[in-house]
Design a protein around this ligand. Structure first.
Ligand SMILES: Cc1ncc(COP(=O)(O)O)c(C=O)c1O
Length: 393
């Protein structure tokens, strides 16, 4: 057993060394933007340099030197393998926000039609629906959820009670940005499907953090970002649209493929000239993730998150906003200490030990994301300082 533990420790130490992160700093804000491994960075930079130096060699007969006009099927196939769907169901986007807008803008809805969301959305999960409400008279209702949420049942009951004859869309996050709560998406999608309600899930925080199996979840659409937990360069996201729902969503950014009825992912991913170097960075990040082993990655993230939440209980005056239910939390933990603020905790952790979580403001304290480049020892260091802060030292 001890041997096994030592091996694991050694393995993750080596993984940490594959990142360019400064060895004297500890990064706990993957929820905003993940750090890139060296090989991802190199792939981007090498291609960017090639584009700068050798662009005259681009003859237009073979491969493109820009993204935006080709289907990039091989990369979409890797994404489809990761998420358990078809490549044709995946559109490449810049980020999660684009995915939300492509669905909210692309769906035909009538005045009075109702969209259900939560009261804990990120702007990148709700703003498209607010715009739709103002522009088209759609009713966007944001249902109150606990903070922390106590159980999956609490969420399922809230939504099932709210689903009515006017409800057309269920638009919810898979992981809530401000608490790290994992919502019971599979159960909610099944309830919605029975009632003919279109489901679209915000997966900005999931891919690379927890297992996402789109067939199992049973949603109609799902969007996310690769630049957080998958460690791809910023500017990489996706939109999944289930093949039998493809006819329901109009293209938002229209270019040459705007009406492609064979490859809907290509149609929805239209965006004109894009940065191919960044897309190659995503390709490399996908390979890195597959090589580490997705299940091993998710288990490590979950173990670190659980460890942090357990150790936080030792801190006097701790307030946890992440669910304690074992199925409802993974690598994001949000907490405050009685009488303190997020900015204060963030600044002290940085000043005292170069630990970098993210402030969530006055009430909700800080969000600490624990990823594969973090360690149990770094969590111990955090908790030691938190204890001192709680004691006014
Ligand atoms: C739940 C959620 N949705 C949407 C977004 C927006 O993501 P992006 O800025 O990559 O579009 C975020 C970003 O933190 C998020 O946490």
């Amino acid at each position: 057993m001890l041997e096994r533990e030592a091996e694991e420790k050694e393995f993750w130490k080596k993984v940490r060394a594959e990142f360019l992160l400064d060895p004297g700093q500890v990064f706990f804000n993957t929820g905003t933007l993940g750090a890139m491994p060296r090989r991802v960075f190199d792939r981007v930079v090498n291609h960017l340099r090639l584009t700068a130096e050798k662009i005259a060699e681009w003859d237009y007969y073979g491969a493109d030197w820009i993204s935006g006009y080709q289907p990039w099927t091989e990369i979409r196939e890797k994404i489809a393998r990761l998420l358990n769907c078809q490549a044709g169901e995946i559109a490449l986007t810049e980020n999660a926000t684009a995915g939300m807008n492509y669905i909210s803008n692309g769906l035909d809805l009538e005045p009075g039609d109702e969209v259900l969301g939560t009261d804990q959305e990120h702007p990148g999960g709700e703003s498209g629906w607010k715009l739709k409400a103002k522009r088209c008279g759609v009713v966007y209702r944001q249902l109150p959820l606990g903070k922390p949420i106590k159980s999956p049942r609490e969420v399922i009951d809230t939504f099932v009670q709210a689903m009515g004859p006017k409800t057309r869309v269920l638009a919810i996050p898979h992981i809530i940005t401000g608490s790290g709560a994992i919502l019971p998406v599979k159960e909610l999608c099944a309830e919605a499907r029975q009632r003919g309600i279109f489901t679209v899930i915000d997966g900005a925080q999931t891919v690379g953090q927890i297992r996402v199996d789109l067939k199992e979840l049973g949603c109609d659409a799902y969007y996310g970002s690769f630049h957080k937990w998958l460690c791809a360069p910023a500017g990489n996201g996706f939109l999944y649209l289930r093949h039998d729902m493809a006819g329901k969503v109009w293209t938002t950014l229209a270019s040459t493929q705007w009406d492609n009825q064979e490859d809907h992912g290509f149609r929805l991913g239209q965006r004109g000239t894009g940065n191919l170097s960044l897309l190659f960075g995503l390709d490399e990040a996908l390979d890195f993730h597959f090589e580490l082993g997705p299940e091993r990655v998710y288990a490590r993230i979950k173990a670190l998150g659980d460890y942090l939440r357990t150790r936080l209980r030792e801190v006097p005056g701790i307030k946890l906003f992440t669910p304690l239910h074992p199925e409802m939390a993974a690598g994001i933990t949000v907490y405050n200490i009685e009488g303190l603020t997020g900015n204060f905790i963030q600044d002290e952790l940085w000043k005292r030990a170069r630990l970098r979580p993210r402030s969530m403001g006055e009430v909700y304290g800080v969000r600490q994301s624990t990823h594969i480049y973090n360690s149990f020892e770094e969590i111990d260091r955090t908790v030691d300082i938190l204890k001192n802060l709680a004691a006014g030292r």
